[in-house]
Design a protein around this ligand. Structure first.
Ligand SMILES: Nc1ncnc2c1ncn2[C@@H]1O[C@H](COP(=O)(O)OP(=O)(O)OP(=O)(O)O)[C@@H](O)[C@H]1O
Ligand SMILES: [Mg+2]
Length: 212
């Protein structure tokens, strides 16, 4: 059975879909058989990302499935399944997700509000028999130079949370990649205005090695 990695957060717009698409891409680059399941389905979710890639003639290198397309037989031969979820899930949905997933990856920005929301989510999962052990926080949209990412990582660890060493830095390459429906790795140089797509991809590869 595949390793199931669910990406969720109690706040919207923290970078779940961006991470879901890129993490699946990094696992695929490493030779793993991976599929992404889009359990969000609104505009801005991974399925739309994949459709934009197809429309531009540069499809993603892994399957992106909608929940109704998921068949146990289709998943059985995979190494990993990444699940992109809706922002602001209800607690019941979180509970269900935490039962289905092997890893619950929670993206968090470094602002005080986002860190507080992340700690509150961990406290909830802690009440859900063992779910906290599956939880890994990934700091994302981290300002590349301020040291805020390192400080946030320490603060969350002091609060008892498991936090990935990798900091996913904030780069414009992710926005352009989303618009074109590709991975930042595959951005043509003329589309990489900030020139940081390669650094962005290094962050993602590093995260993928921490997760699987
Ligand atoms: N590391 C990053 N650097 C720069 N921009 C980022 C990064 N990660 C995400 N973003 C941008 O932040 C915005 C929100 O990202 P995304 O859509 O991935 O969040 P989400 O958590 O899936 O949102 P929702 O809750 O609406 O599903 C997007 O414009 C995206 O391009
Ligand atoms: Mg999303």
């Amino acid at each position: 059975m595949p390793a199931v990695i669910a990406i969720t957060s109690e706040k919207g717009g923290v970078g779940k879909s961006t991470l879901a698409v890129h993490l699946a891409g990094a696992l695929a680059e490493r030779g793993l058989h991976v599929a992404l399941i889009d359990e969000d389905g609104r505009i801005g979710s991974s399925a739309g990302w994949a459709q934009r890639g197809v429309a531009h003639g540069t499809p993603l290198s892994f399957e992106v499935l909608e929940p109704e397309e998921v068949r146990p037989r289709r998943l059985r031969d995979l190494d990993a399944v990444v699940i992109d979820t809706e922002g602001r899930p209800r607690r019941k949905e979180l509970r269900d997700l935490s039962e289905r997933a092997d890893t619950i990856l929670v993206p968090s920005g470094v602002s005080m509000l986002e860190l507080e929301a992340t700690i509150a989510l961990a406290e909830f999962l802690n009440t859900e028999g063992g779910a906290r052990r599956k939880l890994k926080v990934i700091l994302t949209r981290v300002p590349p130079t301020s040291g805020a990412g390192e400080r946030a990582r320490e603060d969350l660890r002091d609060a008892g949370l498991t936090v990935c060493n990798t900091l996913v830095r904030q780069y414009a390459a992710y926005l352009r990649a989303a618009e074109l429906g590709v991975l930042c790795r595959d951005l043509p140089p003329k589309e990489d205005a900030g020139g940081r797509a390669a650094q962005a991809w290094e962050d993602i590869l590093s995260l993928s090695r921490e997760v699987l």
